[in-house]
Structure formats: C-alpha cells, structure tokens
Design a protein around this ligand. Sequence first.
Ligand code: HEC
Length: 142
Amino acid sequence: MARRTRTPRSSAPRSAPSVARPPTDRRRSSSRLAPLALAVAVLAGTAAITSCASGSAVPSDPKLAQGQEVFNTNCVACHGSGGGGGTGPRLIGVGDRMTEDQEIAKITDGVSGTAMPAWGSRLSAEEIAAVTAYTRSLTAPS
Ligand code: HEC
C-alpha cells in the first residue's frame, strides 16, 4: 500500500541533471545554494549573538545592573568592554588587588597624573558604590 505513493519521479530528476546539464548549468545550480548557505550562516550567527548576549546580560541584582549602566556610560571607553582593559587597566580581578573601600576611594578621587578622572564630583556616592560592586563582579569571559 505505502509503496504506491512512491512515484518513480522521486528518483528520476536527481540523476538526470548531472548527466544532462552542461558545466555552466552546474555553476548556476551551485549559486542557487547561496541563499540557503546564507540562511544557515545567519541562523548560526543569530545563535552566536544570542549566546553572547546572555554572557553580557544585564545582571539581575539591581545594584549591579546600575553599576553596569554607570560603567558602560563612563568607564568602558578606557577600561574596555566587560572591564577587559584598554587605556585604563583591566578591571577583571580588581577585587584581588584592593579592598572595596580602596577601590571606591580610587574611583572617587581618581589617580592624579594619569588619565583616571576623579568621579566624586560627577557621580553620586550611590553610583560609585554600584559601579564598584559591578567591577568587582566581573569575571573573564570563558
Ligand atoms: C579617560 C580614561 C579613564 C576613564 C574614563 C576611567 N578610567 Fe579608571 N583608570 C584609568 C587609568 C589610566 C587608570 C590607571 C591609573 C594608574 O596608573 O594608577 C585607571 C585606574 C582605575 C582603577 C584602579 C585599577 C587598578 O588596578 O589600579 C579603577 C578601580 C578604575 N580606574 C575605575 C574606573 C571607573 C569605575 C571608571 C568609570 C566611572 C573609570 N575608571 C573611568 C583611566 C580611566
């Protein structure tokens, strides 16, 4: 019964082109695959972006989320995305180098003679506490 639904057509066209088509046609048929390849690439890219986004997602802790916002507005230009470093030092692991109070003092007062500005006059104490907590929460991307 089921065999009846299989028509001979299902196998016939597959073998035909390789014999009948000239090389130019083959080239065209491979370029017809390009949109498909593109679609696959886009899907793969979307998956990659989605997984990236979850890596740098807004922290669920509201203080860390605020700190991330302060960081991305004021600090990222020098200290790099995710605190990875740039003109300013890498802040991943800053918690191993100084206490929270020391870091707050450094951010508040800046480091004179360097590019590190004093943020005490530009950010509220709450914002400084939040960005300090955020930088201390940073870990290297895996
Ligand atoms: C214009 C560039 C610049 C900006 C903007 C900047 N920093 Fe810095 N930051 C530096 C530099 C340069 C140093 C290194 C100073 C030194 O030589 O001790 C530094 C040092 C630091 C340190 C001490 C790190 C260590 O290991 O000694 C912390 C913490 C820090 N910055 C936090 C911040 C935060 C938080 C912000 C945003 C509110 C910020 N910085 C914005 C340039 C910058």
